[in-house]
Write a protein of this length. Structure first.
Lengths: 302, 181
């Protein structure tokens, strides 16, 4: 099918976009890459009165690092971030996860921040955002700017807590520190499909291989992604090479889901809960294998 | 196609009340300046209004890859983009990379390796291979499988396509396809 009628406006600036959005009706939408929105409009599962294209707004297409934080603008395309040398070095977890987002032919137009706003239940990027303590820079009605942690944005069973008629101008993610390992594991029906479940992990080991810090985020199992705080706590101080501790933590991570496990045409909630255990365990062991032995000895930060 | 005059060319469209936006885009090296309906998909713009019918529209939702074009050097779906979104971009369709006569190198490899039967999906594959060559992807890299997963072929089967694509990326032999990543 083809989209029903709408009006299209190329926003000149981020403020212009939010301004127009404030004065439009409830069906007006921000358009970035459009790789989810355009097919939805074609299928007429979504109708919009107005699309506000933000891809040409100045200042939204950059990726930069300040201290321990990498900031990605709303107009940055997934392929651009996946292959950028800055992201590969400073947030390799995101580069890896982006390889699981749809196919290269879609990632060439889809945006990273668009994934964060869309918050699809099978999406990978919001899960990475939780593992990397992301903060969203939001521009709301009347030019009000605020920062919102990903943890708060996704703290509802479905949808997001993003303020209505607002724009995520950029998102900041924690950069990798020296010696830190990372892992991303996904279970999907076929390459390019949404995640049945996925897990993002970052891990730091002490010199004696005990776990100094760990972050575990789980997606797909529930409609919104979550941080597995109980599993993280259980792992603190454990021997990083103790596989049974990792297995136990993976079970905790799946079981501590704050909402019911998702059942749909592709998998039952019970299957997803089991698959999540496997995904968390794999992401943790992958992260461990990437932890450097000389933790803290050198600072590789740019 | 119109030139880059200051007035965009009007386009035939049966509803005069349709909201439209001027669009300047380079298609296969030619500057196009037209007033396009806001809701017109890029695939329909290229096929129905510019007559570039090599790309095919099959699923219409970005899953099958038959409508793949190259936008600013990267393969993209033309059915999940609005024509108006391509403002200022450079678009390549298969017509833009065809050899002046006969077949180009990749098309010859597809023929040699029997990588097509009905040919409906082939223009899409060829545009993705163009994008892969632009990125100098190694024939044995797991990136190859990722690009190939962006296309659906319902008759030839993927083995021969995989072989032709590896050859196009510079592989010297037709080693059997091993498991993907």
């Amino acid at each position: 099918m083809k989209p029903a009628k709408f009006r299209y406006v190329r926003a000149e600036t981020a403020d212009h976009a939010v301004d127009v959005l404030s004065n439009a009706d409830d069906t007006a939408r921000i358009l970035a890459g459009g790789q989810s929105l355009i097919p939805a409009l074609s299928a007429r599962s979504v109708t919009a009165s107005l699309l506000l294209d933000i891809m040409r707004c100045p200042g939204l297409d950059g990726v930069s690092q300040t201290g321990g934080e990498v900031t990605i603008g709303a107009a940055c395309r997934q392929s651009q971030i996946e292959h950028s040398s800055l992201t590969r070095k400073s947030i390799p977890l995101l580069s890896e996860a982006l390889g699981w987002v749809a196919m290269p032919q879609v990632r060439s137009r889809g945006t990273v921040v668009g994934c964060l706003a869309q918050a699809n239940a099978g999406g990978e990027v919001p899960v990475v955002a939780l593992a990397l303590d992301a903060e969203f820079h939001i521009l709301a009605r009347g030019g009000v700017r605020c920062r919102m942690p990903a943890q708060d944005v996704y703290a509802v069973e479905t949808g997001t807590r993003l303020p209505p008629r607002s724009l995520i101008v950029s998102a900041s993610l924690r950069a990798r520190v020296a010696g830190e390992g990372w892992g991303f594991c996904e279970v999907q029906l076929r390459q390019g499909h949404f995640a049945l479940v996925c897990c993002a992990v970052t891990l730091l080991l002490e010199e004696d291989r005990r776990i100094r810090s760990v972050r575990i985020a789980v997606g797909g199992l529930t409609a919104s992604p979550y941080r597995a705080h109980r599993a993280e706590k259980a792992l603190m101080g454990e021997d990083g090479d103790n596989d049974s501790a990792i297995r136990d933590a993976a079970h905790v991570a799946s079981a501590e889901r704050p909402w019911p496990a998702r059942t749909d045409l592709h998998a039952t909630g019970a299957f997803r809960a089991k698959a999540a255990v496997a995904a968390v365990a794999r992401a943790l062991t992958d992260a461990r294998s990437r932890c450097s032995r000389n933790t803290g000895a050198t600072d590789e930060r740019v | 196609m119109s030139g880059s005059d200051s007035t965009p060319q009007e386009m035939a469209w049966n509803d005069s009340n349709e909201s439209r936006t001027p669009l300047r885009v380079i298609v296969n090296g030619t500057q196009v300046h037209v007033l396009v309906p806001d809701r017109l998909l890029l695939s329909d713009f290229l096929r129905d209004h510019l007559g570039l019918t090599a790309l095919k529209v099959a699923c219409g939702e970005g899953a099958c890859g038959a409508c793949t074009i190259v936008m600013d050097g990267e393969p993209a779906r033309s059915c999940t983009l609005l024509a108006v979104q391509t403002e200022g971009a450079e678009i390549l369709t298969l017509e833009g990379i065809n050899a002046p006569e006969g077949m180009n190198h990749v098309q010859q490899l597809f023929q040699q390796h029997h990588a097509l039967q009905c040919g409906y999906c082939t223009p899409g594959w060829l545009m993705s291979v163009y994008g892969m060559i632009q990125r100098s992807i190694h024939p044995d890299s797991n990136e190859v499988g990722r690009y190939l997963s962006g296309h659906i072929c319902r008759c030839t089967g993927y083995r021969n396509i995989w072989t032709a694509v590896r050859r196009a990326l510079g592989a010297m032999s037709d080693k059997p396809v091993s498991g993907e990543e």
